[in-house]
Design a binder for this molecule. Structure first.
Ligand SMILES: Nc1ncnc2c1ncn2[C@@H]1O[C@H](COP(=O)(O)OP(=O)(O)OP(=O)(O)O)[C@@H](O)[C@H]1O
Ligand SMILES: [Mn+2]
Length: 562
């Protein structure tokens, strides 16, 4: 009996040992991987250097308010070469010069630095060498068919480039021409889109005259595309953000997916869907022309333009859509055919376009049917409202193997822009404004400039298409400032506005504007906010260099445009 009890005890102890061993092994097997993760979690608490988020990995992230996407290291402010004090001094210099302007428009030829120099004679003399040489000026491989005839200017072998004397005279001539332009347009009446469309609508579609859309069109004029103080501006966002979508159609222009939404009360919106998260950085081996468009960049660009006081970006707001009820069920047959259910059971579509419109780069609802996007008010185009598309003279080559002319010629502004009468009006300084704006938002993709020619000569450039801006926050692409660096002309009024936002804290203003007026979260991560402050200083540094070379009055121009 004792022996039996001893054996039972032994086998019990034995089983207990085996069980404990089993538990220990199981414990380690299951626990090891978790404890293995712990150090990684700890590491992730430390700031990592900013790295490229690859296109493939980011597509797997959720596309609603992806603020959870790994936050990267806050960059320390890169020093620009200019101090706060110097920027203040520059402002004083510019301000004084502006109050002390002479009326250049009434100055006769005798006041030219060289009274024998005239623009006509200069062109005539230079054109002599040009007659047979067409290849030199044919930039058609860079651009789509350019209908406008550009002036031709070439130089003899002995004189490879424009000489210093002619450059000086040409600069003076530009000041003179823009002063004259200011005089001619000082009393221009402001024209709005509603007035341009009124008569035709009254005849063909009188009901449209009573829509909120028509009311908004009254605030889109030749100088700016909205008025922040108007009730129309405030109302507009309700339609873009919440208006019931009645039709979803693909927009045929452009190279990436964009959906035209029919909204209530006559509005139409241009939807750019979520593609990548806020901390996406364009891979450094990607060219600007293959960069994927970002909905948050469209939204951020609108706010930056508004804070800078240009008011040239048609209003945009973020919207959370239901991919099925807002898009699929309202889609045209052509668009609807590209919808499918992904292996993760999400509704997706890819549409038709030349970049990223395939099943590998589909736009998917996630989580569930939800999809974020930017919705921009669509401005009309009709027989009364004619748009003008100007090939940007500083456009990039859009080829990996080729550089554009402006990249190889430091005198490009003198030889191609200043001599071209097409720029002898507000367009020249609108282009400088655009250069500053594009530099701030990091937009390399300004292939064309758009304006509404039905407004006449005094028509502002519209700032459209910023889907490829905010591509990098750790790099400032100085080449975007080439028009300013080459031409060294800038508007007094723009300078004053840049300085005002600089003093008030540029990124703070942008970030407040986003917080107050934008529904989507964290449109610009801190790294981008730091970058825009830094870039504003770099613009001042560029202007300082221009001023050192050409004096304040040689650089700053008042063409009457606010
Ligand atoms: N808000 C708007 N109102 C009216 N027309 C617009 C608006 N936004 C864009 N467009 C028109 O649609 C065209 C294409 O839009 P957008 O440039 O945004 O597309 P994209 O795919 O980026 O084009 P690309 O690849 O050629 O740069 C513009 O050039 C302009 O003519
Ligand atoms: Mn584009």
């Amino acid at each position: 009996m004792w022996y039996l009890s001893f054996r039972v005890h032994c086998s019990f102890l034995f089983s207990l040992t085996i069980l404990s061993l089993f538990c220990l092994v199981t414990f380690y097997t299951f626990l090891w991987p978790t404890t293995d993760l712990e150090p990684q979690e700890n590491i992730s608490k430390f700031p990592k250097p900013p790295v490229d988020v690859s296109f493939w990995s980011v597509l797997c992230q959720e596309n609603i308010c992806d603020i959870k996407a790994t936050k990267t290291l806050k960059l320390t402010n890169h020093a620009s070469s200019i101090t706060r004090q110097r920027i203040d001094e520059l402002y004083q210099l510019v301000h004084r010069a502006q109050n002390d302007q002479i009326d250049l428009s009434n100055i006769k030829k005798s006041h030219y630095l060289d009274p024998t120099w005239t623009f006509e004679k200069f062109i005539e003399q230079k054109s002599k060498n040009d007659t047979n040489d067409t290849s030199e000026h044919d930039d058609s491989s860079d651009s789509d068919s350019e209908e406008r005839k550009k002036p031709k200017l070439s130089f003899t072998n002995e004189e490879k480039t424009i000489n210093e004397h002619d450059k000086k005279q040409l600069r003076y001539f530009i000041h003179h021409v823009l002063a004259k332009w200011k005089q001619q347009h000082l009393n221009d009446t402001i024209i709005n889109l509603a007035d341009l469309m009124h008569d035709t609508l009254a005849q063909d579609d009188p009901e449209k005259l009573n829509t909120t859309w028509f009311q908004f069109m009254k605030t889109v004029n030749n100088l700016r595309v909205y008025d922040t103080h108007s009730s129309q501006f405030k109302n507009l966002f309700k339609y873009l953000q919440y208006g019931k979508i009645t039709k979803a159609n693909e927009m045929s222009h452009g190279t990436q997916i964009k959906i035209l939404l029919d909204l209530p009360n006559g509005f139409q919106g241009l939807l750019k869907p979520y593609r990548v998260p806020r901390n996406y950085q364009t891979p450094s081996d990607h060219f600007y022309f293959s960069d994927i468009e970002r909905h948050y960049a469209e939204i951020a660009a609108f706010h930056v333009d508004k804070i800078l006081g240009f008011n040239r970006v048609p209003p945009v707001i973020g919207r959370v859509l239901n991919i099925t009820s807002d898009i699929r069920e309202k889609a045209t047959h052509k668009l609807a055919r590209t919808f499918f259910i992904s292996p993760a059971n999400n509704t997706c579509f890819y549409g038709h376009c030349s970049y990223y419109c395939d099943i590998e780069h589909a736009v998917c609802g996630k989580p569930g049917d939800q999809l974020e996007g930017s919705v921009q008010v669509l401005l009309p185009e009709s027989s009364e409202i004619v748009w003008e598309e100007i090939t940007h003279p500083y456009r990039r080559s859009y080829r990996a193997s080729r550089k554009a002319k402006w990249e190889l010629n430091e005198n490009y502004c003198y030889e191609y822009i200043m001599i071209d009468e097409y720029y002898h009006n507000r367009l020249l300084l609108d282009m400088m404004d655009l250069s500053a704006f594009d530099f701030i938002i990091g937009n390399l993709d300004r292939h064309h400039m758009m304006r509404i020619s039905s407004f006449g000569n005094n028509t502002a450039l519209l700032h459209l298409d910023h889907g490829r801006s905010f591509g990098r926050y750790d790099d400032d692409d100085l080449s975007i400032l080439t028009p300013i660096r080459h031409c060294c002309f800038f508007r007094y009024k723009t300078f004053a506005r840049l300085y005002r936002v600089y003093k008030q804290g540029f990124s703070k203003l942008v970030s407040n504007s986003l917080k107050t007026h934008e529904g989507l979260q964290m449109i610009l991560i801190d790294e981008h906010l730091i970058a825009i402050d830094r870039r504003l200083e770099i613009i001042f540094a560029h202007l300082e260099t221009c001023i050192k070379t050409y004096t304040v009055k040689g650089v700053m121009i008042d063409d009457g445009v606010d």
